[in-house]
Design a protein around this ligand. Structure first.
Ligand SMILES: [Zn+2]
Ligand SMILES: [Zn+2]
Ligand SMILES: [Zn+2]
Length: 135
């Protein structure tokens, strides 16, 4: 009796992580991004500098001021309008938005800031830090 021992459990667990919106890989404002402050980023105690809201904080990647999203009191947009600092990091989902380009941006320049926020939020390095170690 021949035994069928072929494993048909062909598992497909490679899940492609899709961005909700396809981000741009470049934007002229990446030059604005300043190094992360020495003390790092504190996602848990982030509050809007204008209204003290802890909801949906965004962190300016030029001066590291934390402001609230357009769904709260819109102080992140105010910050952009007043300072022209357009690159901002969401402490909610660690995405980077450029107000000048009106787009999400995904670029290696942004990884140190994402990493600092990721360490604060989850206690471990951002996954993309590992991918960068090849150079
Ligand atoms: Zn606010
Ligand atoms: Zn700023
Ligand atoms: Zn831009």
């Amino acid at each position: 009796m021949a035994q069928e021992s072929s494993l048909n459990g062909h598992r497909n667990e490679d899940q492609v992580v899709l961005f909700p919106v396809v981000p741009l890989l470049e934007c002229p404002h990446l030059e604005q991004v300043e190094p992360v402050p020495e003390q790092g980023l504190n996602v848990h105690e982030a509050r809007c500098a204008n209204c003290n809201s802890a909801n949906e904080p965004w962190c300016c990647l030029n001066c590291y001021t934390v402001t609230c999203s357009r769904h709260v009191n819109g102080h992140a947009i105010n910050h952009f309008e007043q300072t022209l600092h357009c690159m901002t990091l969401s402490f909610s989902d660690l995405s980077v938005w450029c107000y000048a380009c009106n787009a999400y941006i995904h670029n290696p320049i942004l990884i140190p800031a994402k990493d600092a926020a990721h360490r604060s939020k989850f206690g471990i390095p951002h996954p993309e830090v590992e991918l960068q170690r090849d150079g």
